[in-house]
Design a protein around this ligand. Structure first.
Ligand code: AGP
Length: 608
């Protein structure tokens, strides 16, 4: 996700801003920029690519003179990576400069209103709306203008703002995206995260939601949206820089597991409006959706596993035949397709060679292609006819977690929308599914709160030689993902089987003490699953069951039961995977392995 920094004090701001941004590079970005007030005007410089480019072009930040400035590293969400889309963004007469981390969900509506009032936009970003809205409401009182804008925008933001009329202040405002204020002596800082300011001060204030901040070099004042001043306690940062980059988590993977509720909200909320699923970027009319008669979902690894889950949901809900294929297979098997075929390519990085090749094959066949991608402006995102971005933010750990969860959300939104448009479900049913989807982030929070119990159980299996995962239907789909998580970060052999398949061979692998993880979230299949559990237990297996709180009968069969909240049967993968991600994480941690960078693996497999 993006990074913001700000400095006001006695020193030249440019070099300090660039140094602060360099400590936020771990967050992932594709462009950067700074704005510095030189006493007369606000000067900006923006550059595409790594921070080094901005550093070189501004001679280390020294070409922009002044002791008050803001800076930004951009992880593109709305608008491809480019100089024009890089932050800071300004109003037309360049008296206001804004940097932003987050997503303004209603930016299109606000942009249309502002354009109707004669405002001219220079970028494709959601952030630029904030610069023009501030211009529209600013009548001399900066805080008042900011408070008004906060009432108009929906979504998440950490904003740092310069007003030419107020050269001795930086203003900031926060909702959902993190923000800290660093307290110096005769100088003060604002940043998305502690690493950016740790070199200068360990005294910080954590900005709360819906708070505004007025920062001068002498002091820092906090306000609520009614512009009543609020007092805050200054905290001392005890972390070292490495821990700080992971937000205090030991590994990025754990941080990203904990990012999932927010990532799901960021991906889902902008596409649910007035109890309707609105996927503007889909680029398909209802008639075109009705004409789809076959869907291929093509991907690799974790992304492929979301496709296995999506097949069950699309076919059951929208009654469209779905084939899920590994990209490395699809591209060589001469798939059967016709004008009504749609190919969905799922990829976190958007650069996976096999998935890109599969996309190109589909396009050569003249098929409608849709990307579900996390990295904005990546090859798959650019080459697919249309793309639905998962707004998970950059996923640093090799083992995918929040990308998986947000890809599932994209599939849910598509399947429910397609089912409704094709008349397979009523508006009330669609509202019901939307309601259940909206519950998922809070339910995941609950599961994450139970991490100690999972860690304790995982520690019993650090020396395991092999672990099997079994499930039926969507529980088989999530078992595939759980097994991949375990094997790729713990190096323990693991596999996932459709539970009905055990007696056709795999059950010969079960020995005394073999751990078998059984997933039972599909109510109608629970009795069958219980029989499968008994089959392996009689052969010596230890069964850990994942089920929802309505199936306590499972305790009679499994030796260890982990309960997940009840949700719609289509969405259970989003919950069942959480304890299983943590299970894999804690086993890898217990083995003393590099959880974020497992041996032999790369985050993006850009070669065949
Ligand atoms: C999953 O944890 C792995 N990192 C890997 O299987 C990954 O999902 C696969 O390489 C696909 O990557 P993509 O989503 O970037 O295309």
């Amino acid at each position: 996700m993006c990074g913001i920094v700000g400095y006001i004090g006695e020193e030249q701001a440019g070099p300090i801003l660039l140094d602060g941004l360099s400590k936020l590079e771990y967050r992932g970005y594709d462009s950067a920029g700074i704005a510095v007030f030189d006493g007369e005007k606000i000067n900006t410089h923006k550059a595409l690519g790594k921070l080094r480019v901005l550093y070189d072009e501004t001679e280390g930040g020294n070409t922009l003179k002044g002791t008050c400035g803001i800076g930004h590293t951009r992880w593109a969400t709305h608008g491809i990576p480019s100089v024009r889309n890089a932050h800071p963004h300004m109003n037309s007469d360049e008296t206001i400069a804004v940097v932003h981390n987050g997503i303004i969900e209603n930016y299109l509506k606000l942009r249309k209103k502002l354009e109707g009032k004669g405002y001219v936009f220079n970028s494709d970003t959601d952030t630029e709306v904030v610069a023009h809205l501030l211009d529209y409401y600013y009548k001399g009182d900066a805080l008042k203008a900011i408070a008004t804008v906060m009432q108009r925008v929906e979504g998440s933001y950490a904003l740092a703002i310069l007003f030419k009329d107020h050269p001795s202040h930086i203003y900031a405002a926060r909702k959902d995206s993190p923000m800290v204020i660093g307290k110096g002596s005769g100088e003060n800082y604002v940043a998305s995260d502690v690493p950016a300011i740790l070199r200068y001060t360990r005294d910080v204030f954590y900005v709360e939601n819906e708070e505004l901040v007025s920062i001068s070099k002498e002091n820092v004042r906090f306000y609520n949206t009614d512009l009543e001043e609020v007092s805050k306690e200054c905290k001392k940062v005890e972390w070292d820089i490495s821990a700080a980059e992971k937000g205090g988590y030991e590994y990025f993977m754990l941080k990203e597991i904990y990012d999932q509720p927010k990532a799901i909200k960021d991906t889902m909320n902008p596409r649910i409006k007035d109890d309707n699923i609105v996927i503007e970027e889909l680029g398909m009319t209802d008639e075109e959706i009705r004409r789809i008669d076959r869907i291929y979902i093509v991907a690799c690894g974790t992304a492929y596993h979301t496709g296995v889950a999506a097949k069950y949901i699309f076919e059951d809900l929208a009654r469209i035949p779905v084939e899920v294929d590994l990209a490395s297979e699809f591209r060589y098997r001469n798939p059967i397709c016709n004008a009504g075929t749609m190919v969905i390519v799922v990829s976190q990085s958007g650069e996976t060679a096999d998935s890109l090749a599969a996309l190109r094959l589909a396009k050569e066949r003249g098929l409608r292609t849709l990307g579900i991608v996390n990295v904005v402006g990546s090859s798959i995102a650019r080459e697919a006819d249309h793309v639905i971005y998962t707004w998970a933010g950059p996923e640093i750990a090799v083992a995918s977690t929040k990308a998986y969860s947000t890809q599932l959300i994209a599939h849910y939104l598509l399947a429910v929308k397609f089912a409704f448009v094709r008349g397979m479900i009523s508006r009330e049913e669609m509202s019901g599914y939307i309601r259940e989807m909206k519950e998922l982030p809070a339910q995941i929070e609950m599961l994450l709160a139970g991490k100690e119990k999972i860690q304790k159980f995982a520690n019993r299996y650090i020396a395991a030689k092999d672990v099997f995962f079994i499930g039926r239907g969507l529980d088989y789909a999530v078992s595939l993902e759980a097994s991949l998580k375990l094997k790729e970060i713990s190096y323990i052999f693991s596999d996932a089987y459709a539970a009905g398949e055990l007696k056709h061979g795999p059950i010969s692998l079960v020995e005394d003490g073999t751990l078998v993880v059984a997933v039972l979230t599909q109510d109608v299949l629970v009795p069958k699953m219980i029989s499968n559990m008994q089959e392996v237990i009689t052969r010596g297996a230890f069964v850990m069951a994942i089920t929802n709180t309505e199936h306590t009968e499972v305790e009679k069969s499994a030796q260890y039961v982990l309960y997940i909240p009840k949700t719609c049967r289509y969405f259970t993968c989003s919950l069942a995977i959480i304890p299983l991600q943590l299970f894999a994480y804690y086993i890898s941690l217990g083995k003393g392995l590099d959880v974020d960078k497992p041996r032999n693996l790369a985050k993006s497999v850009t070669v065949e």
